[in-house]
Design a protein around this ligand. Structure first.
Ligand SMILES: Nc1ncnc2c1ncn2[C@@H]1O[C@H](COP(=O)(O)OP(=O)(O)OP(=O)(O)O)[C@@H](O)[C@H]1O
Ligand SMILES: [Mg+2]
Length: 333
């Protein structure tokens, strides 16, 4: 067995205290489908980092390796308050790793599992921060492709006006990048299917609007407590993303105004052209629907300013959105 394989596949505790590429591993933070994330000490700069070690088979896949190198570099070059800063992305003895800022706190998956649906104001705050990160990435020509609660890290904010600070992570790390459609050679889809856009499923070209769709699924879940589509098996879920209309959020959240249903219908449209053009335009529309316009209780932050700008630029909805797309729950009024 090679050294790197034993490094990765050993019990998590085996790595504690060991040194990998200039980092001393302190403890395991968590693991996903293709990586283990550790809190570690950067021995050169004497600082705490999050060290992500990717499964060795990914290093052996040329497509993944190339995208990993390219997109880690692009992500590292984006200096944005809501994107986890990447310090280093490299390879040691056949093992790909990323050193990044250690975000104390939790991720949105854990938060939702522990607390259930969020109040509208909190959901809107989180949505705005993720949206600004995604739009910044898109401006750099980078599409995330794997927007999901597990990739949204939630840290304590600076004050009561900004109770949480949210970071987006894992650019270019989706296993879906291993093949065009996201299916492995044995025909299994990799990763969660709850947030995947129709064009990703069918293998059509993707752009930033696939992240608008993913973000809308995540924001829907923060408000409803579950993603828009829930099906018994994967094929039914893939079908739903491609052909079914999303259920009205207001059927679950009866406290929310019906206008939010139109916003989600647009953001979750099957065709990218019918969606909001940017993530912040989607969030601006959502905030307007939820809260009757952006609250101005604190001096506007950069994100607030970008939302306001997106709101102004927001095109009038095309005629087919002017009429309700769906009947309200319980039939027409
Ligand atoms: N920079 C970071 N600081 C602190 N914790 C982190 C950091 N990056 C990731 N984590 C945590 O590490 C855990 C594992 O992350 P990982 O990205 O491997 O899995 P995932 O995103 O949940 O699933 P997937 O493998 O499908 O991407 C998550 O719980 C996440 O909260
Ligand atoms: Mg992740």
């Amino acid at each position: 067995m090679s050294r790197e394989t034993s490094l990765f596949s050993g019990r998590p505790s085996d790595l504690i205290g060991r040194q990998v590429a200039g980092y001393r591993i302190e403890r395991e933070i968590g693991r996903g489908g293709m990586a283990v994330v550790y809190r570690a000490r950067d021995l050169r700069l004497e600082r705490t980092v999050a060290l992500k070690l990717l499964a060795p088979e990914l290093a052996r896949n040329d497509t993944f390796r190339k995208r990993f190198t390219h997109e880690s570099r692009v992500a590292a070059a984006i200096d944005h308050p809501h994107i986890v800063p990447v310090f280093e992305a490299d390879e040691t003895d056949g093992l790909l790793y990323i050193a990044m800022r250690y975000v104390a706190g939790s991720d949105l998956r854990h938060l939702l599992d522990g607390r259930g649906p969020l109040p509208p104001a909190a959901a809107a705050r989180i949505a705005a921060q993720v949206a600004s990160a995604l739009d910044a990435a898109h401006e750099h020509g980078l599409v995330h492709r794997d927007v999901k609660p597990g990739n949204i890290l939630v840290d304590r904010g600076t004050d009561s006006d900004h109770p949480e600070h949210v970071y987006l992570t894992d650019f270019g790390l989706t296993k879906k990048s291993l093949s065009l459609t996201g299916f492995t050679t044995v025909g299994q889809f990799v990763g969660t299917l709850d947030y995947v856009a129709p064009e990703q499923i069918s293998g059509r070209p993707v752009d930033g609007r696939c992240d608008v769709y993913g973000l809308a699924c995540v924001v829907y879940e923060t408000l409803a407590g579950h993603p828009p589509f829930r099906r018994d098996d994967d094929m039914a879920l893939l079908w739903a993303h491609q052909y079914d209309e999303p259920p009205h959020l207001t059927a679950t959240r009866t406290d929310l105004p019906p206008a939010v249903d139109e916003v989600f219908a647009q953001a979750l449209a099957k065709t990218p052209d019918a969606r909001h053009a940017t993530c912040l335009t989607f969030v601006a529309a959502l905030r307007a629907a939820l809260l009757g316009g952006p609250p101005e209780r604190h001096p506007p932050t950069e994100v607030d300013r970008r939302i306001a700008a997106a709101d102004e630029e927001r095109p009038k909805p095309p005629p087919r959105w002017a009429a309700p797309v769906f009947e309200p729950p319980g039939g027409p009024a």
